[in-house]
Design a protein around this ligand. Structure first.
Ligand code: DHE
Length: 689
C-alpha cells in the first residue's frame, strides 16, 4: 500500500468480515459486568524507548492495521503503511488539504494518535479512510511513556525488521481473562450467528481473516474490541457504533476470540430425518395450478430478519402470502418446472413452498445442518433421464457437507462431506464450506463450490445414493457466481484470490482463472453484449469501485475470451449485486456496503451501448441501504430492495419497482422487514441474468 498520508489506525486490527450478518435481536449475556483484562504474569521492564514502542504497537493493536517498519508482525493493510510516515507528515502539513493543527512531525504524530479524526487521509488502501475507524482512545490504553516512545519510534524507525515478535509481548497472550460460563455460551452463540459466515466456524478465516488465538492474542483485547466496535473500511460491520452490542458485550466477544474456538457438533442423516416434516404429501397437492395469479411471475422475496419469505405477485404487486421459513433466510431457488420454491435459512432449515396452491404454502421442511447458504435443484432432462423436480441439494457451512434430498418431499437421501486438502498448499482443512451451487443444463450434474479448499466439484446426481464426483482445482475462497449467456460456462468468484474461475460444464474442466480487482462479488453476475468485446459476463466488487466484464465468447471473440476486458468505474466500492436482462439496455448495480450512507442507498445503471461510465446514479430511498435487483418475467421492470429499520415508522423497508425502459419509479411495496434477495420464478428457472 502506498503511504499517501497519515491516519494512523492504531488500535484496530485486521479483521474484516464482509457484510452485516442478520439483525435478529441478540439477548445480552446475563452477566454484563465484564472484568477488565488482567495480565497474569508480570512482564520484565523494557530497557529502551524502542522496546517500549514495540510493546505499545502490540498492546494497542497497531500491528493489525499498519505496516510498521522494524516490526515483523505489523502487516496490516487497513490503515496506511507507516514506513515513511515522518516524510509523509511533512508533505501533508504543507498541503492545502491538511485540516489538523500540527506544525512539526512530533505534533503531527501525536495528533494522529490522540485526535485521529482532525485530519483524515484521503487514501486508505484503495479508498479514502472513513472517519471514526481509527480509535481515539489510545490515551486510555497507552501510558504517556508508551505514547512518547511510539512517536519517537515512528519519527525515525529502524530499518532492520525483527523476525521474532517484540520482546515482552508474550504476556499479552495471557491478558485474556477467564469468561464465565454464561459469557462463554453467549459469545459462542453470537459468534456462530454473526461472525462465522465470514471468519469460519473454526475461525480459520475465509471472506474475513483468521481469528485463531495465535493471531488474536497478539492483537489483544483492546484492539479486538476496537475493531468490533468501529468496523473496518473493508466491510466488517461497526457493531458498536450501530448500537448492536454494548461495550461490555464487545469486551466479552474480544476475550472469547482469544480462546480456542469450540467445535460445534456434527449432524447425521438420522438427525436430519428426525427434523423432517412432510406437511402436505405430494398426493394431496394440486395436480394443476390452483391459483388465479400469474405464478410464473411470482417473486419470492427474502424477509431476512423476519425469518420469512414473501410471495409477491409480479403483475399486481400484491403480497400473496408470507411464509415462515428458517432463521435469516438466505436464498431461494425454483424447481426446474418452477412449481416449487426451495428456501434455505442460515440455520440450515430448508422449506419447500408449492406455488401452484391457491395460497402458496409450505408443504415440507427439514434441517440438514446448523449453518447453510445455498440450495439448488435437479434441472437435467435428456437422454440420461428426466430429473426435473426430482432432487434438491443443500450446501452447508457447518457441518461442512452437502445433502441430497428428495425434491418433492425433502426427505434427506445422502450426505457428502467436503473436508479435504487445500488446492494450493495441499493442507488438510477441517471446515471447507459449501458456497454457491448451480445445476448443469447439459448433464445430471451440480457444480458445487467448496470454499476453503478452492475446489469446484462436478457432482453427478444420476444415482444420488452413489454420486460421482470430479474435483476441479480452482482457487481459494470460492463464493458466488453464475452462468454465461449460453449456460455452458459457469463463472465463480474466488474472492480472496481476486480471481474468477471459469468452468466448462460441457467438457467438465476449468477453462480459465481470470484476474480481477479486489473481492469480486457477482451474485449471479450479468450477461450482455459489449459493443467492443462481444458477449461478456460482469461482476461487481466489494473492495473496488468498479464493475469488471469478462469476455465469454471464445469462438466469436477469441481475443477477449476469459479476460477482464472492461472496467467500468463506480462512484464507490461496497457493491454486492449486479443484474441485467437480455431485453434490457441497462446493467444495474448497488453499493450496499459503502460506508457512506448516501452511496449505500444509491444505485447506478450503465448503458450497454456506452459502458465506459455509469449512465445515471441516484438514491433509491431517503433512508437505509439499497440491495439486490431482480427483473420481472418480461424483463420490463426492475425490483430493488431497501433495507430499513423495523423500529422506525415509515422506514421499515420496502421494494422499489422501476420501469426498465425509462428508469422511472412505478411503485413501492411498503412495510417489508429487511427485504433482501428477490427471485422471480421465470428468471430463476431459466438462469436469466
Ligand atoms: Fe449471501 C448468495 C454466502 C452475506 C444476500 N451468499 C450467496 C451465496 C453464498 C453466500 C455462498 C451463493 C448461493 C448460491 O448461489 O448457491 N452471504 C454468504 C456469506 O458467507 C456471507 C458473506 C456472510 C454470512 O454470514 O452469510 C453472506 N448475503 C450476505 C448478506 O449479508 C446478504 C446481503 C443479506 C443476508 O442474507 O444477510 C446476502 N447472498 C445474498 C443473496 C444471494 C446470496 C440475496 C443470492 C443472490 C442471487 O441473486 O442469486
Amino acid at each position: 500500500m502506498k503511504p499517501s498520508a497519515r491516519y494512523l489506525m492504531f488500535g484496530i486490527v485486521l479483521i474484516f468480515g464482509v457484510i452485516a450478518g442478520c439483525t435478529r435481536n441478540v439477548e445480552s449475556p446475563r452477566a454484563t459486568t465484564a472484568p477488565a483484562s488482567v495480565a497474569t504474569t508480570a512482564p520484565s521492564a523494557p530497557t529502551s524507548s524502542t522496546e517500549l514502542a514495540l510493546i505499545a504497537f502490540n498492546k494497542a493493536g497497531c500491528v493489525g492495521c499498519h505496516i510498521i517498519p522494524g516490526v515483523a508482525n505489523a502487516k496490516g493493510t487497513i490503515g496506511p503503511d507507516l514506513s515513511n510516515i515522518g516524510q509523509i507528515a511533512l508533505q501533508t502539513m504543507q498541503s492545502a488539504n491538511y485540516t489538523g493543527k500540527a506544525t512539526t512531525v512530533e505534533e503531527y504524530l501525536k495528533e494522529s494518535l490522540l485526535e485521529p479524526d482532525l485530519y483524515i487521509s484521503t487514501k486508505c488502501s484503495n479508498s479514502p479512510c472513513p472517519a471514526g475507524v481509527m480509535t481515539a482512545s489510545l490515551a486510555q490504553s497507552l501510558t504517556p511513556e508508551e505514547l512518547a516512545a511510539v512517536i519517537e519510534y515512528l519519527k525515525q524507525p529502524p530499518t532492520v525488521v525483527s523476525e521474532t515478535p517484540p520482546i515482552n509481548t508474550t504476556p499479552l497472550a495471557s491478558v485474556v481473562s477467564n469468561l464465565s460460563e454464561e459469557e462463554f455460551l453467549w459469545a459462542k452463540q453470537v459468534y456462530f450467528e454473526r461472525c462465522a459466515g465470514c471468519h469460519g466456524t473454526l475461525r480459520k478465516g475465509a471472506t474475513g481473516p483468521a481469528l485463531t488465538p495465535d493471531r488474536t492474542t497478539a492483537m489483544g483485547t483492546t484492539a479486538l474490541a476496537t475493531i468490533i466496535f468501529n468496523g473496518t473500511p473493508r466491510g466488517m460491520p461497526d457493531w458498536g457504533k450501530q448500537g448492536f452490542f454494548t461495550p461490555e458485550q464487545i469486551d466479552i466477544l474480544a476475550r472469547f476470540l482469544q480462546q480456542d474456538p469450540p467445535t460445534p457438533p456434527e449432524m447425521s442423516l438420522e438427525q436430519m430425518k428426525n427434523s423432517w416434516n412432510l406437511i402436505v404429501p405430494p398426493a394431496e397437492r394440486p395436480t394443476a395450478p390452483a391459483t388465479s395469479h400469474n405464478w410464473q411471475n411470482y417473486f419470492v422475496v427474502t424477509l431476512r430478519d423476519a425469518g420469512q419469505v414473501a410471495v409477491i405477485d409480479g403483475d399486481t404487486y400484491e403480497v400473496v402470502n408470507k411464509v415462515a421459513t428458517g432463521y435469516a433466510v438466505h436464498i431461494t431457488r425454483m424447481s426446474a418446472t418452477g412449481r416449487y420454491a426451495y428456501v434455505i435459512g442460515r440455520d440450515g432449515k430448508l422449506a419447500l413452498i408449492d406455488l401452484w396452491m391457491e395460497t402458496p404454502t409450505k408443504v415440507a421442511e427439514v434441517q440438514v445442518c446448523y449453518d447453510a447458504r445455498s440450495v439448488e435443484v435437479s434441472k437435467y432432462n435428456g437422454p440420461e433421464g428426466d430429473f426435473t423436480d426430482q432432487l434438491a441439494v443443500v450446501g452447508c457451512y457447518w457441518p461442512p457437507h452437502f445433502v441430497i434430498l428428495d425434491g418433492k418431499t425433502l426427505e434427506p437421501i445422502n450426505i457428502v462431506s467436503t473436508r479435504g486438502y487445500t488446492v494450493d498448499t495441499k493442507e488438510y482443512h477441517p471446515e471447507p464450506r459449501v458456497a454457491s451451487i448451480v445445476a448443469s443444463h447439459y448433464k445430471p450434474e451440480w457444480i458445487i463450490n467448496v470454499k476453503e479448499i478452492g475446489q469446484i466439484w462436478l457432482v453427478n446426481y444420476a444415482d444420488p445414493y452413489a454420486p460421482q464426483i470430479k474435483m476441479l482445482p480452482a482457487a481459494r475462497y470460492l463464493h458466488d457466481g453464475g452462468w454465461d449467456a449460453t449456460r455452458r460456462y459457469f463463472l465463480v468468484a474466488a474472492n480472496q484470490s481476486n480471481k474468477v474461475a471459469v468452468v466448462d460444464a460441457l467438457e467438465g474442466k476449468i477453462t480459465a482463472l481470470v484476474d480481477t480487482p479486489k473481492m469480486p462479488h457477482p451474485g449471479r453476475g450479468a450477461n450482455w453484449i459489449d459493443p467492443e468485446f462481444g458477449p461478456v459476463w460482469s461482476s461487481a466488487h466489494l473492495g473496488d469501485p468498479a464493475i469488471v466484464s469478462i469476455g465469454t465468447d471464445p469462438e466469436g471473440h477469441p481475443d477477449a475470451a476469459w479476460k477482464a476486458v472492461r472496467v467500468t468505474p463506480l462512484p464507490g466500492a461496497g457493491s454486492l449485486f449486479i443484474k441485467t436482462h437480455p431485453n434490457s439496455q441497462w446493467i444495474w448495480v448497488d453499493m450496499t456496503l459503502n460506508p457512506d450512507p448516501v452511496l449505500a442507498r444509491t444505485i447506478c445503471v450503465i448503458a450497454k451501448q456506452n459502458p465506459t461510465e455509469p449512465y445515471r446514479c441516484w438514491e433509491a430511498s431517503t433512508y437505509g441501504r439499497a440491495v439486490h435487483f431482480e427483473y420481472n418475467a418480461a424483463g420490463t421492470e426492475v425490483w430493488v430492495s431497501i433495507w430499513g429499520d423495523a423500529s422506525k415508522p415509515g422506514q421499515t423497508g420496502e421494494i422499489v419497482v422501476y420501469d426498465d425502459a425509462t428508469l422511472t419509479e412505478k411503485a413501492r411495496i411498503p412495510d417489508l422487514v429487511t427485504p433482501t434477495g428477490k427471485f422471480n420464478v421465470f428468471n430463476t428457472v431459466g438462469d436469466i441474468y
